[in-house]
Design a protein. Structure first.
Length: 135
């Protein structure tokens, strides 16, 4: 269902990530080690992702929500979302994952309502990019 955009915007950037590990990215976003804040309390079981919220220091009326997955001691995907302090729902999300085959960081802007479908979005974006790359 995600092959035809569906409100998803994709950007690719060259990256020197260590084998698809975005641990450094989530650590920079959190300004702390993600592994030290991972707990059952901030694990969103329905998404299969950890979530840590923190005030946006540049936009005082907003909160950043950082979602990430840890698998085999690596962080293959990170989502950065924003919401107003007065609201409970995020209004925008950006996902990051590495397409190792081409050495690119994929940056995907998607509606927060699509976050529940993040594995399908990542798979579809991978397939889309790799099917459109000249070998």
């Amino acid at each position: 269902p995600y092959g035809k955009f569906q409100g998803v915007v994709l950007t690719l950037e060259q990256i020197a990530a260590r084998h698809g590990d975005l641990d450094y990215l989530i650590n920079n976003m959190l300004e702390a080690s993600a592994s030290k804040v991972e707990s059952v309390d901030n694990y969103q079981k329905e998404l299969g992702l950890f979530l840590q919220e923190k005030d946006n220091k540049y936009l005082p009326g907003e909160v950043n929500g950082y979602y990430w997955k840890r698998s085999a001691e690596k962080v293959p995907v990170v989502f950065s979302c924003r919401r107003y302090k007065t609201e409970k729902e995020f209004y925008e999300c950006t996902g990051y994952f590495v397409i190792e085959k081409i050495g690119a960081l994929a940056k995907v802007e998607l509606a927060p309502s699509k976050l529940k479908d993040w594995p399908a979005v990542v798979d579809a974006m991978n397939a889309f990019v790799l099917s459109n790359i000249k070998q």
